[in-house]
Design a protein around this ligand. Structure first.
Ligand SMILES: Nc1ncnc2c1ncn2[C@@H]1O[C@H](COP(=O)(O)OP(=O)(O)OP(=O)(O)O)[C@@H](O)[C@H]1O
Length: 603
C-alpha cells in the first residue's frame, strides 16, 4: 500500500468581516456605479408596484362580477390594462437585470483586480504560507460567491423587502385583523432562518477550503504529469483526487441540508397563513365585513408574500456565503508583506557601482528549525565572486536575501553603503539582474521572453544579449528564430538552452549587479567558458555573484566564498583554496578525474 501524500493547507477559519472592512472593500465600486444602481433598483421597485396593482384590478373585476356592475367591455378594459402592466414588467425586468447583474460583474472585476495586484505585490514568505490552489480558489469560488451576494442577493433582498412591506400594507388596508392572523406564523420563520443561516457560515468556510485543496491537488498533478506517468502513479493520483472530490461533495451536502430546510419551512409557514386566511377570511366574507373581491385580492397578496418569505432564507444563504468569501478575501488582501518598503530617502541617487556588505547576518525560514544563514559577515564589492558549498549550505538563500526576497534585521545587510531596510524594494531590485536556479520562461516568443525586463529593448539589443549568453545560434536554428513561441515553461527547449535564455534576459537588463544562482549548471564546459568571458567583458567594474559547484567556472572568478551550514567557511582565490580547503580540494579532484575519464577537456 502506497503512502498518501499529505496535501495539508494550514486552515484557519477566517474571522467574521466587520462592516468597516466590507465598506472599505466594496464601497468604492458602489459609489462609482451609483447611477446604474439607482436606475436599476428604481426599475425593480416599479416592477414590484406594478405586480402589486394586479390583485387590486382583479378585485375590481371580481366585485363588479359579484354585484353585476361590470360590463364585458369593462372586463376587457381591465384585461388590457393587466396586459399593459405585464408588458411594462417585462421591459423593466430586463432593465434592472441588465443594470444590477452588470454591476455585480463590475464589482467582481474590481475585487479580482485588487486580489491580483495584492498577490503580485507580496513577498516570498507570503507564497510559502499559501498554495497556488488556495490563491486560485479566492479568484474563482470566493469571487463567485461575492458576485452572487451583490447581484441576485441584493436584488432578492430589495425585492423581498418592497414586496412584503407593500403587500402587507395592502393586506392591512383590506383588513388589519385578518392580516394579523395571516402573518402570525412569520416570526417563527424569521427565527428558524436566523438559526440555520448562523450554521451556514462554518459549513460554507469548510466548503471553500476544500475547494482550495481540490484546486491545488489538480494543479500540482497537472504540473508534474510527466513525473506521475514515469512513476505510474496515475491511478493513485486519480483515487486521491476522487477522495478529495468526495469530501468536497460531502461538505456541500452539509450546506445543502440547511439550504434544503429553509425554503420548505417558508412554504409551510405560508401555507399555515393561508389556512388562517381561508378560515377567518371566509367568515369575514360571509359576515360581509370584506367583499369577495377583497378576499380574492387578499389571497393574491398572501401568495405574493410566499416568495419574499422564501427569499429571506435564500438571501440569508447568499449573504452568508458572500460574507464568508469576503472574509477570506479580506484576510488575503489585508495580509502585509514582511519586507519593509520605505520611500526613497532624500539625496539618494541610483548607484552606479554598488556592492553588498553583510554584518553578522542571520536568517531563518519561517517553517525551518535551523537557521539557513548564521553570522554571515561578508563584503561583495565590484568584481566577480564565486560562491560554492555543499548542498543545503545556504547558497540560494544568500542570493534570495541579496535580491530582497526575504526580510533581514536592521544593520545587517547594506547595499551601496545604505542599510537595505531603508531602501525602497523597487529601487534596490532595479539595480540587480537575477538568474534563479530554475529558469522561468513564459509561453511567449523568444524575443518576448528575453525582453521581459526591458520591453522597449530593440531587436539589436536583444540579439546582443543572446550572443553574450551564447544562445543566439540556438535561437537562429529554431523554426521562426526570435519569433518562435516556446511552450508552457519552455518545454520545447533543452535545460541548457533555457538557462542561457534566462541569462540573456538578465544581461539585457544591463544592471550594475548580476546574481547567477547555479544558472549555468546545464551548460557544457566549453560554452560556460565562452559565457564567462562575455560576462567579464560585459560586467567589468560591476558586481557579479556566481553560485556554482563547477571548479572550472569558480577558478575563473576573482574570489571564491565557501559556505558550510549557513556560515562562511572560508574565502580566497582558486590557488589559495586548492592549498587550504579540503572541500574545494575534493571537488577539484573529483571533477578533474571525471574529465580525465571523459578524455580531457570538453572544450
Ligand atoms: N523556503 C524554505 N523554507 C524552509 N527551509 C528552506 C527553504 N529554502 C531552503 N531551506 C533550507 O535552508 C537551507 C539552505 O538552503 P539553500 O537552498 O540556500 O541551500 P543551497 O546551498 O542553495 O543548496 P543547493 O546547492 O542544493 O541548491 C537548507 O537546509 C534548506 O533545506
Amino acid at each position: 500500500m502506497k503512502n498518501r501524500p499529505s496535501i495539508k493547507i494550514p486552515f484557519t477559519q477566517p474571522h467574521r468581516i466587520t462592516f468597516s472592512e466590507i465598506k472599505a472593500l466594496l464601497f468604492p465600486t458602489f459609489r462609482k456605479h451609483r447611477r446604474r444602481l439607482v436606475i436599476g433598483f428604481t426599475a425593480l421597485i416599479v416592477v414590484d408596484f406594478f405586480q402589486l396593482t394586479i390583485p387590486r384590478i382583479i378585485k375590481h373585476g371580481v366585485d363588479g362580477l359579484a354585484t353585476g356592475t361590470v360590463s364585458s367591455a369593462g372586463l376587457l378594459r381591465l384585461g388590457v390594462f393587466i396586459l399593459f402592466i405585464a408588458a411594462c414588467v417585462v421591459g423593466l425586468r430586463f432593465l434592472w437585470r441588465y443594470l444590477i447583474i452588470g454591476f455585480s460583474r463590475m464589482l467582481e472585476r474590481a475585487v479580482r483586480n485588487r486580489i491580483f495586484s495584492h498577490i503580485t505585490g507580496m513577498d516570498a514568505p507570503f507564497f510559502e504560507q499559501r498554495t497556488t490552489g488556495e490563491l486560485m480558489a479566492h479568484q474563482s469560488n470566493d469571487l463567485a460567491a461575492v458576485q452572487m451576494a451583490c447581484g441576485m442577493g441584493m436584488v432578492a433582498a430589495v425585492d423581498a423587502l418592497v414586496m412584503s412591506i407593500t403587500a402587507i400594507g395592502f393586506m392591512i388596508a383590506i383588513n388589519p385583523l385578518l392580516t394579523f392572523f395571516a402573518l402570525l406564523p412569520m416570526p417563527a420563520l424569521a427565527l428558524a432562518t436566523r438559526i440555520l443561516s448562523g450554521k451556514l457560515h462554518g459549513r460554507f468556510a469548510t466548503v471553500q477550503q476544500q475547494f482550495s485543496e481540490l484546486t491545488e491537488f489538480s494543479r500540482s498533478t497537472l504540473i508534474s504529469i510527466g513525473l506521475i506517468k514515469a512513476y505510474t502513479m496515475e491511478n493513485f493520483q486519480t483515487s486521491v483526487f476522487g477522495t478529495l472530490g468526495r469530501k468536497y461533495v460531502k461538505s456541500n451536502l452539509r450546506v445543502a441540508r440547511i439550504q434544503g430546510l429553509i425554503s420548505p419551512l417558508a412554504t409551510l409557514v405560508g401555507s399555515i397563513g393561508m389556512l388562517a386566511v381561508l378560515y377567518f377570511g371566509g367568515r369575514l366574507v360571509v359576515q360581509e365585513v370584506i367583499s369577495i373581491g377583497e378576499f380574492v385580492a387578499f389571497i393574491s397578496y398572501l401568495y405574493m408574500l410566499i416568495w419574499p418569505m422564501m427569499a429571506i432564507g435564500w438571501v440569508a444563504n447568499l449573504v452568508q456565503r458572500g460574507l464568508t468569501s469576503l472574509s477570506r478575501i479580506n484576510n488575503l488582501i489585508t495580509s502585509r508583506p514582511t519586507l519593509p518598503d520605505p520611500e526613497l530617502p532624500e539625496g539618494i541617487e541610483p548607484f552606479s557601482r554598488p556592492g553588498f556588505a553583510m554584518k553578522n547576518l542571520h536568517f531563518s525560514y519561517s517553517l525551518a528549525t535551523a537557521p539557513a544563514l548564521s553570522g554571515v559577515t561578508l563584503t561583495l564589492s565590484p568584481g566577480i565572486h564565486g560562491v560554492t558549498g555543499r548542498t543545503g549550505s545556504g547558497k540560494s538563500t544568500l542570493c534570495k536575501i541579496l535580491t530582497r526576497l526575504y526580510p533581514v534585521e536592521n544593520n545587517t545587510l547594506f547595499f551601496g553603503g545604505s542599510d537595505v531596510n531603508g531602501l525602497p524594494l523597487e529601487f534596490m531590485r532595479s539595480h540587480i539582474a537575477y538568474v534563479s536556479q530554475e529558469p522561468i520562461l513564459f509561453s511567449d516568443t523568444i524575443a518576448g521572453n528575453l525582453a521581459f525586463g526591458r520591453p522597449e529593448a530593440s531587436r539589436k539589443e536583444i540579439e546582443r544579449a543572446a550572443e553574450s549568453a551564447a544562445v543566439h545560434k540556438d535561437i537562429m536554428q529554431l523554426p521562426h528564430g526570435y519569433e518562435t513561441v516556446i511552450g508552457e515553461r519552455g518545454v520545447k527547449l533543452s535545460g541548457g538552452q533555457k538557462q542561457r535564455l534566462a541569462l540573456a534576459r538578465a544581461l539585457l537588463c544591463d544592471r550594475p549587479v548580476l546574481i547567477l544562482d547555479d544558472g549555468l549548471s546545464a551548460v557544457d564546459v566549453a560554452t560556460e567558458h565562452k559565457i564567462f568571458q562575455n560576462l567579464k567583458r560585459h560586467f567589468s567594474g560591476k558586481t557579479v555573484i556566481i553560485v556554482s559547484n563547477r571548479i572550472k567556472l569558480l577558478s575563473m572568478t576573482d574570489r571564491i566564498i565557501i559556505l558550510a551550514e549557513g556560515k562562511i567557511e572560508t574565502e580566497g582565490d582558486h590557488e589559495k583554496l586548492l592549498d587550504t580547503n579540503t572541500l574545494y580540494q575534493s571537488m577539484y579532484v573529483k571533477q578533474m578525474k571525471g574529465e580525465e575519464l571523459r578524455g580531457g577537456d570538453d572544450a
